[in-house]
Design a protein around this ligand. Structure first.
Ligand SMILES: [Ca+2]
Length: 243
């Protein structure tokens, strides 16, 4: 009956091996591994929707970048090698939601920069890296420290540059606005017998008699553009009362 025992022995061994394999399969599907796996599987794109040649660089840094209070979002460096001599670096986020990680659109940082690290604070990510001095050739070693503050623009799902305080980097300056609205007085506005009593204030630029340069015109609020231009010292005005 030796043969019988051998068969039983083989069956038992196979059963143990089978259970072991099944258990290992179960382990590899646990939560932690799945999260890491899906972060690795995130597909990032750069301008124009390009995904080919786009790779992550270095280790992701985790924090809350989508404002849901969970510190599981990742900020990453991306490189894009388009086949030319350049290696373009980008900032991108992998945002964690219930379905796993979703890539944001990337922000271009520079060509052949030297990445240092990423810090996340208050929903902003700071990318620290080194660039070349202005005018230096691309062959020079990047030596000038640079930091770019970025955050997620929720409406476009894109990483956008902001100032240290989180304001959009390219927001229009408040000063040029009135300049853009400067209206020159027209000749026919010069000899008005009377202006209608409309109150639509403007800020007139009143020329002053110049004793010593510079002599910027004084700002004075007029009740409407007719009143302003009736004053022969006023050449132009902007809409609204003077500030
Ligand atoms: Ca989050």
């Amino acid at each position: 009956m030796n043969t019988r025992y051998k068969i039983i022995g083989v069956v038992i061994v196979l059963a143990i091996v089978g259970v072991a394999l099944l258990t290992r399969g179960g382990d590899s599907a646990n939560v932690g591994d799945t999260e890491n796996g899906s972060l690795d599987r995130v597909v990032y794109e750069v301008e124009g929707g390009t995904t080919t040649g786009v790779e992550t660089f270095g280790e992701p840094v985790f924090g809350d970048l989508d404002g849901d209070g969970e510190l599981s979002d990742a900020a990453v460096w991306l490189t894009y090698d388009g086949g030319g001599s350049g290696t373009f670096f980008y900032a991108a986020f992998a945002l964690k939601d219930s379905g796993g990680y979703v890539a944001s659109k990337a922000l271009f940082l520079g060509d052949r920069i030297a990445p240092q690290n990423i810090e996340i604070q208050d929903g902003l990510a700071v990318y620290n890296y080194a660039v070349r001095e202005e005018g230096e050739p691309m062959t020079a070693q990047p030596s000038v420290a640079k930091s770019t503050w970025v955050k997620l623009d929720f409406s476009t799902n894109k990483v956008v540059e902001v100032t240290e305080s989180g304001e959009p980097e390219n927001s229009p300056e408040p000063e040029p606005k009135p300049e853009a609205g400067v209206v020159m007085c027209k000749p026919e506005q010069r000899n008005q017998d009377a202006c209608i009593a409309l109150y639509k204030p403007v800020c007139g630029l009143v020329n002053v008699q110049c004793i010593k340069e510079p002599c910027p015109p004084l700002e004075q609020t007029f009740s409407n553009s007719c009143e302003a231009c009736s004053n022969e010292l006023v050449d132009s005005y902007t809409g609204g009362a003077c500030e």
